[in-house]
Design a protein around this ligand. Structure first.
Ligand SMILES: Cc1cc2nc3c(=O)[nH]c(=O)nc-3n(C[C@H](O)[C@H](O)[C@H](O)COP(=O)(O)OP(=O)(O)OC[C@H]3O[C@@H](n4cnc5c(N)ncnc54)[C@H](O)[C@@H]3O)c2cc1C
Length: 381
């Protein structure tokens, strides 16, 4: 298979942590929409905040497959823990690590890799979701920097991050070179955090609106060249989509694990329900789909690390397939548990709610199909 013995040892360590420390609090965090600083601090102790960054900048660098295994194992127990880590590593830390100058990496990364602070990525706006290039937030060039005005919405870790990467237009032109990326620190003058969203799932993650009102960003906090923001966020999303695939896979695996145990001990008509072929066949389909999703995700993780070519299509396929499989698997798990699947007695209904974000975040399923179809059609003369 794809993983090494070392990666499986790492999986066992994260599974032990998730089962031992997250499982007992996951339902309460969901019910109360409680973002747990304690949980983040424990994940930091385990090195989970610095996984995509080299030790030179405070990181705990691991290969992409190992990182994906961590997201999968956290999400198997709690989608919120999974999305906090996926958004932080893939969307917050990675662009700074990849596109930042040496000075920026030394300045921004240690605090958010092993310093215990989170990061986030502000791309989406009310009219610029699927059309992320339709950004209206504007960064006007002024002496020594940029004056930024506009708003971002649905930003994971938005209210709890110390460091936020965001996009803004730097010209009124309509082309893809009109967008640039910047880093803003929470607490910057003119930067305010809006209301926390009341969500269907991943309710223990912090999702916010962010406002820029004449917020001054110094030249030193521009990420890469002026006009390179579009290319940067497309590359960031390629990696991010693998982690959303892992989020979906982990959540679905969690629901499947509960359902298969339940089916083996829960009795109707004097026998375990797993003995009814209708239930056993559901489990067969769930196991098959999970395995297929795992292959797609792990394959794109390996492609990313090989670095020989872009993996845009594979990452979109992995995210699309895993999130739709996740929807199917968590739904079937609920059906296998009957009324118990509909209640808070088991984590399955929470996992089903948590799963839904995977079909929306970092591009809806329609957008993944758009990306994949454009690329496969390009291959044909
Ligand atoms: C919990 C949560 C966390 C999030 N975290 C972040 C984050 O950290 N950072 C961030 O920047 N964003 C984040 N997002 C935003 C997310 O990426 C967007 O919601 C997503 O890209 C979809 O955009 P939208 O909601 O504006 O929907 P829209 O783009 O308005 O889409 C509405 C519907 O129209 C369809 N549609 C749109 N265009 C097309 C088209 N061309 N072809 C076919 N169908 C189309 C969509 O598929 C969808 O069904 C988060 C969202 C949620 C819910």
């Amino acid at each position: 298979m794809w993983t090494t013995e070392k990666q499986e040892k790492f999986r066992a360590k994260i599974r032990e942590f998730a089962e031992g420390e997250i499982a007992p609090i996951a339902a309460r965090m969901d019910e109360e929409q409680h973002f747990s600083e304690h949980l983040v601090s424990r994940m930091n102790e385990l090195g989970l905040l610095g996984m995509v960054v080299d030790a030179k900048y405070g990181g705990t660098y691991v290969d992409t497959l190992t990182y994906i295994v961590a997201v999968e194992e956290l999400s198997r127990i709690c989608g919120s823990a999974g999305i906090i880590i996926a958004a932080h590593n893939s969307l917050g830390c990675w662009p700074i690590y990849q596109f930042g100058t040496e000075e920026q990496k030394k300045r921004f990364l240690p605090e958010i890799t092993t310093g215990g602070k989170l990061s986030s990525f502000g791309l989406t706006e009310p009219g610029a979701g699927s059309d992320a290039g339709g950004t209206k937030t504007f960064a006007e060039k002024v002496d020594g920097g940029f004056k930024v005005n506009g708003s971002k919405c649905w930003i994971t870790n938005g209210g709890v991050a110390s460091t936020i990467v965001f996009t803004a237009r730097t010209t009124h032109a309509k082309d893809t070179h009109a967008i640039s990326s910047f880093v803003v620190k929470s607490g910057a003058k003119g930067f305010t955090i809006g209301k926390k969203e009341n969500k269907l799932g991943v309710r223990a993650s912090d999702t916010r609106v962010l406002h820029f009102d004449d917020c001054f960003i110094p030249d030193s906090d521009l990420l890469g060249e002026v006009g390179s923001g579009f290319k940067q966020f497309m590359m960031t999303l390629d990696g991010g989509r693998i982690s959303i695939g892992a989020l979906a896979l982990g959540i679905a695996q969690g629901a499947y694990d509960v359902a298969i145990k339940y089916a083996k001990h829960h009795q109707q008509f004097g026998q375990p329900i797993a003995d009814f072929q209708a239930v056993a066949f559901k489990l067969a389909d769930m196991a098959t789909q999970l395995q297929a999703a795992r292959h797609l995700i792990y394959h794109s993780a390996v492609l990313k690390d090989e670095g020989k070519r872009r993996f845009t299509t594979e990452a979109a396929m992995a995210k699309l397939f895993a999130s739709e499989v996740g929807n199917f698997v968590t739904y079937q798990a609920m059906m296998i548990l009957g009324a118990d699947g509909y209640s808070e007695k088991y984590p399955v209904e929470r996992l089903h709610r948590d799963l839904k974000i995977c079909e929306i975040g970092e591009g809806t399923s329609e957008i993944q199909r758009l990306v994949i179809s454009r690329n496969v059609l390009k291959e044909i003369e």
